[in-house]
Design a protein around this ligand. Structure first.
Ligand code: ATP
Length: 306
């Protein structure tokens, strides 16, 4: 039996370009892997059993256990790549909020690739795992790589970034999720409504912010807090106005930076140190503006056998 630990992500910069003809947006996406994560276990199944899946955790009821689950798809994709018939029992111990903007499904996909590769003794080159990950979804390669990385294109072309030290975070989990495609649609709608246009020709191609990259390289939480930016925050707030109360509650509790995580509705708060993160999480839970709040830290490694 193999157990793989995999991180969730927060986008410390998420710049969204115009809508492309293929329906995607060009992104300038600085991914940051945090210790809040899932564990995926792979155990050999009987011959003919195929891929089976179980899930535990507070959000387990909203995790699909059919073929649409990214962990199951990953096991099948890896097996097909090697010409194998997969017989594997996958189990997800889920801590990452579901549909929370923290790429939890993508994390499980990456973890299942690593777990099945080890279980089946395949020794697939990392470059090949990255290609399979990109086939599964834009955010899956980053969950393999971990650390901090700049994602270009749809987010799948990754360049690892230098970071000094550890940053302390709090994640406030909302009730219910937000659909990522719906948040992108709302982003386009708000741009049209503002009269700026939403197509590739209207919106400048986003680029990584040099001040943000310097803050990461210097290990400077105050500078990182000042540079945090998410172009999906306004559309997420438009679809879920109550998130403004969560962001305010975290800031009032002493967070030095606050933003919606990815497409939301999870909110991310940067704390000045580990002690402050614990205090901010307590205040957020007491504020009644979120379902739960978790102190954590990063960057951490990508999907790894435990
Ligand atoms: P992202 O930020 O990558 O867009 P997210 O963090 O907002 O994603 P996920 O937790 O990945 O959202 O879930 C999005 C949807 O993916 C879920 O509503 C669910 O239907 C589907 N899904 C597929 N596989 C999984 C999985 N292993 N865990 C959770 N959701 C999954």
């Amino acid at each position: 039996m193999i157990t793989v630990r995999v991180p969730a992500k927060v986008n410390v910069q998420l710049g969204v370009g115009g809508l492309r003809a293929d329906g995607f947006h060009d992104l300038a996406n600085v991914f940051f892997a945090v210790a809040l994560g899932d564990e995926v276990t792979a155990e050999a199944g009987e011959a003919g059993e195929g891929v089976t899946l179980t899930c535990t955790g507070p959000d387990a009821a909203s995790v699909p256990l059919d073929d649409s689950n990214l962990a199951a798809r990953a096991a099948r994709l890896l097996a097909a790549h090697h010409g194998l018939t997969p017989n594997v029992r996958l189990h997800i111990a889920k801590a990452i909020p579901v549909a929370g903007g923290m790429a939890g499904g993508s994390a499980d996909g990456a973890a299942a690739l690593v777990a099945c590769d080890a279980l089946w003794g395949l020794d697939t080159p990392f470059e090949t795992l990255l290609e399979l990950a990109a086939e599964l979804g834009s955010d899956v390669p980053f969950a393999l790589v971990g650390g901090v990385a700049l994602g270009r294109g749809r987010g799948e072309i990754l360049q690892p970034l230098p970071v000094t030290g550890t940053f302390h975070w709090v994640f406030a989990v909302a009730d219910g999720g937000l659909s990522t495609p719906a948040v992108f649609r709302e982003c386009d709608r708000l741009r049209e409504q503002a009269g700026t246009g939403s197509s590739e020709a209207d919106v400048p191609t986003p680029d990584a912010d040099p001040a943000l990259l310097a803050a990461l390289a210097d290990g400077d939480p105050a500078a990182l807090a000042a540079a945090l930016v998410n172009d999906l925050q306004a559309p997420a707030l438009s679809l879920r106005p109550a998130l403004a109360d969560t962001l305010r509650a975290g800031t009032e509790a002493g967070a030095i930076g606050a933003l919606v995580s990815g497409s939301g509705p999870t909110c991310a708060f940067l704390a000045k140190d580990a002690e402050a993160a614990v205090a901010i999480a307590k205040s957020l839970e007491a504020s009644g503006t979120c379902r739960a709040a978790h102190p954590t830290y990063g960057p951490v490694a990508g999907a790894r056998v435990r």
